[in-house]
Design a protein. Structure first.
Length: 118
């Protein structure tokens, strides 16, 4: 089973940018689809973005399309989430996840806090 560690969260002003990273352990990282989810206080965890193992297919929630970009470097066992034009509504704990089959995510990181001030 893959283990995931997120980093890169922090406090930024509205309109700013952040790049989250998720480092994965395990030899089969390159075969997994990877995803990003977020959970705002008092709300359910929601899908943000995902990327297939080859990096050729990416998926985004409507709320982040055109602002966020998911990418991966299989040589570094790392997946990234570049977040631009951030708004206070993007404030949440962001989680990285791995899917061995399709987009059925089964392994999760501990999360990284992202806070956007107005």
């Amino acid at each position: 089973q893959v283990q995931l560690v997120e980093s890169g969260g922090g406090l930024v002003q509205a309109g700013g940018s952040l790049r989250l990273s998720c480092a994965a352990s395990g030899r089969t990282f390159s075969s997994y689809a990877m995803g990003w989810f977020r959970q705002a206080p008092g709300k359910e965890r929601k899908f943000v973005a995902a990327i297939r193992w080859s990096g050729g297919n990416t998926y985004y929630a409507e709320s982040v399309k055109g602002r966020f970009t998911v990418s991966r470097d299989n040589a570094k066992n790392t997946v990234y989430l570049q977040m631009n034009s951030l708004t206070p509504e993007d404030t949440a704990v962001y989680y990285c996840a791995a899917a061995e089959v399709g987009l059925n995510f089964h392994s999760w990181g501990q999360g990284t806090q992202v806070t956007i001030s107005s």
